[in-house]
Design a binder for this molecule. Structure first.
Ligand code: HEM
Length: 526
């Protein structure tokens, strides 16, 4: 059991009341007719208690349902004024409050923290220009680059409609038909797929964002959070054992760490690419299945994230937290990465379903600055906008800010951005076209980055899951994807699961990747 400090509870003594605040002298007494008769409808205390209990559960997140979180701070530690005029980032030394939620992806809210899965790493930065959410994962790449695949892919990790069981055939059937997933599959089945707790791991934006200057120029960016103390992992066997013995291992170790005064800390970095560099980049800057080599795009330090406060109430402060990649702040814009674009819609949409239309007014989500707009009413309004008119009034007008990255500046910026990203983003007319480019980075992991021990762990971790696949066709198809990475890798997995070896999947050469149809270019670099 976590060593919860009673001293962290509010000092004032609390008196038991009904929900309308009326004192109750005996919490267990129900009013009834006589000593043995039926209960009375007038007993508000009893009805109040039961009817609230009946409504205690809200929908769990459709993905990332199991999680843990804490509060802390983010501080800008370096001068970034050459990159962006965002008021937080261009203010070295500035510190803001943060709330962070870690999660696994596929399992239900009671599932094991040590499951093999990517980990969500969602951060809410409470800035003076509104809340800025970093809805990141612990891997720098993702399974898809066509967002229409997301619900299908997630369904293959959920339960079978008939048996209500998880099914290795569904999972590998999907992956083997969508080989752009292979880079993420290399990472997921390495020991990074089973981090040692929620806080001993790195975080990555994965997506490309755009950071703007006042003059309308921008750079492409990718954010990295690197855990002080490094990325610690569990072996497959350790993770499996913990899943049985202590399924809340990650939740507990995060809570205990903070409670004992060890505050998890991440050094935050950014990779920066100019639009001109993006046009020369070997991969598409909007392709979430690729990383930017650190040698070409070095990690530049920007700040520090520290978690130093456990929530007092998990449900109010963590479960009700609503993160979205579309919660952005001035001078920070999404790129045209189609997966990111799709996420901009999906998160607020699911929040309205999960938490209600006024989810931004819940204390954990409410900005630290006043909100003034024309949104009114709906279920559960907690923050009143007073008597201010609910339309654009000339009598009591709202003031507007105008700068790139804000409403006024947006229209001006849009034309330039669209032209540029039409050029570099042309590949997305063929989102699922697989070329040799898709295998280069996975191959580098296998043959250059990993040592013999890591290669063997990968083969064994895959085999442990892949041996559950019953369909010979699915096995052969996925083995052909691994063979396209490296024939030796595929053969080792085949041997480990007792399947016949197969030849590599045939794909188009890198030179035929759509991005390189440079005649689509309409952008002139500044
Ligand atoms: C959670 C959708 C891809 C990171 C969620 C949720 C949805 C969702 C519906 C539940 C949110 C909630 O109930 O509060 C999607 C879609 C994707 C996608 C449609 C692709 C088309 C990604 C990617 C990342 C990511 C690429 C990371 C780079 C997260 C995280 C959470 C989450 C960290 C948990 C947030 C929390 O702790 O509340 N996603 N997702 N997702 N997603 Fe995604």
């Amino acid at each position: 059991m976590p060593s919860k400090q009673v001293s962290s509870l509010p000092a004032e003594s609390a008196h038991y009341t009904t929900s309308n605040g009326a004192p109750v002298s005996e919490p267990y007494a129900a009013q009834r007719l006589g000593l043995f008769g039926p209960l009375l409808l007038q007993d508000f205390h009893h009805l109040d208690l039961l009817s609230h209990f009946d409504r205690e559960r809200i929908p769990e997140r459709v993905v990332h349902a199991k999680g843990a979180g804490a509060h802390g701070t983010f501080q800008v530690t370096h001068d970034l004024s050459d990159l962006t005029d965002n008021p937080l980032l261009s203010n070295k030394g500035k510190k803001v409050k943060a709330t962070v939620r870690f999660s696994t992806v596929g399992g239900e809210s009671g599932s094991a923290d040590t499951a093999r899965d990517p980990r969500g790493f969602a951060i809410k930065l409470r800035t003076e220009e509104g809340n800025w959410d970093w809805v990141f994962n612990n891997t720098p790449v993702f399974f898809i680059r066509d967002p229409a695949k997301f619900p299908h892919f997630i369904h293959t990790q959920k339960r079978d409609p008939q048996t209500h069981l998880k099914d290795a055939d569904m999972f590998w059937d999907y992956l083997s038909q969508n080989p752009e997933s292979i880079h993420q599959i290399m990472i997921l089945f390495s020991d990074r797929g089973t981090p040692d707790g929620y806080h001993r791991q790195h975080g990555y934006s994965g997506h490309t964002f755009k950071w703007f200057k006042k003059d309308g120029s921008f750079v492409y960016t990718q954010v990295h959070l690197r855990a002080e103390g490094g990325f610690k992992t569990l072996s497959n066997a350790e993770a499996g054992k913990l899943a049985g013995e202590n399924p809340d291992y990650g939740t507990e170790s995060l809570f205990e760490s903070i409670e004992s005064g060890y505050f998890p800390t991440w050094n935050v970095f950014v990779q920066v690419m100019t639009p001109a560099q993006a046009e020369q980049f070997r991969y598409n800057v909007l392709d979430l299945t690729k990383v930017w080599p650190h040698g070409d795009f070095p990690l530049r330090p920007i700040g520090k994230l520290v978690l130093d406060e456990n929530p007092q109430n998990y449900f109010a402060e963590i479960e009700q937290a609503a993160f979205s990649p579309s919660h952005l702040v001035p001078y920070i814009e999404p790129s045209a990465d189609p997966v990111l674009q799709s996420r901009l819609f999906s998160y607020p949409d699911t929040h309205r379903h999960r938490l209600g239309t006024n989810y931004q007014q819940l204390p954990v989500n409410a900005p630290i600055v006043p909100v003034a707009n024309f949104q009114r009413d709906g279920a559960s309004v907690f923050v009143s906008q007073g008597a201010r008119p609910n339309y654009q009034s000339t009598i009591v007008p709202l003031q507007y800010h105008g700068a790139p990255g804000t409403l006024e500046g947006a229209a001006r910026d849009l034309e330039r951005e669209i032209k540029h990203e039409t050029f570099i983003g042309a590949a997305f007319r063929d989102l699922s076209e697989i070329t040799e480019l898709d295998f280069e980075q996975p191959r580098a992991l296998w043959s250059k980055v990993w040592n013999d021990e890591q290669r063997e762990a990968y083969v064994q971790n895959v085999a442990g899951h892949f041996k559950g696949v019953k369909s010979a066709e699915v096995r052969a198809r996925q083995l052909s994807v691994w063979a396209a990475v490296d024939q030796g890798l595929s053969d080792r997995i085949a041997k480990a699961v007792g399947a016949p070896t197969v030849k590599p999947l045939q794909v188009k050469p890198a030179s035929e990747a759509v991005k390189f149809r440079a005649n689509l270019g309409v952008y002139t670099s500044k």
